[in-house]
Design a protein around this ligand. Structure first.
Ligand code: HEM
Length: 141
């Protein structure tokens, strides 16, 4: 028997979620984690908070292991309808391509540690030259 993938809209996922039916969206898939609540190493509270929601970002942010991702497959009950899917998975990798257009990434600031000593050196030299000039001026007058 070939099982069809059940398709849900985001609204349906939300409307069908309740205390006894905990459903989350992850990477366009729909997962019923009701029977996993007490087993979840991260605690049931955090799953309940995401009930009916798209937990893709928060799931990825936590950095779940490949084991966790494997376990997750057991709870898949369907997928989002094609028109409501996100093209790009909301992983950290997708943020990297958004660096164009002048937005700053934390990595950019790593190079700033060189800027401070350089700026201080330039300032010290300028300060030294200024006083040398000033004192040579005052001796000539
Ligand atoms: C079916 C879905 C899920 C499965 C199978 C799952 C599985 C796991 C597993 C196996 C761990 C232990 C650490 C690891 O192996 O990565 C874990 C930890 C954790 N999970 Fe999940 N998880 C799921 C969904 C979620 C969601 C939606 C959230 C957030 C809203 C979440 C938040 C956490 C947190 C906070 C930890 C603890 C991390 C730590 O203590 O370092 N999990 N999860």
């Amino acid at each position: 028997m070939v099982e069809e993938t059940k398709l849900f809209t985001r609204k349906e996922v939300k409307d069908n979620s309740s205390k006894d039916n905990v459903v989350i969206i992850y990477d366009n898939g729909v997962y019923n984690v009701t029977n996993y609540l007490t087993e979840h190493p991260g605690g049931e509270e955090i799953l309940l908070e995401q009930n009916g929601e798209d937990a893709t970002e928060v799931f990825n942010d936590i950095g779940h292991s490949s084991d966790a991702r494997e376990t997750m497959k057991k709870f898949k009950v369907g997928e989002l309808v094609p028109r409501e899917r996100t093209d790009k998975p909301k992983t950290n990798a997708s943020n990297e391509s958004s660096s164009e257009g002048g937005s700053f990434k934390l990595e950019d600031f790593k190079d700033w540690k060189y800027l401070l000593p350089t700026a201080l050196t330039v300032l010290a030299v300028a300060y030294y030259m200024y006083y040398r000039l000033k004192s040579s001026n005052s001796t000539t007058n």
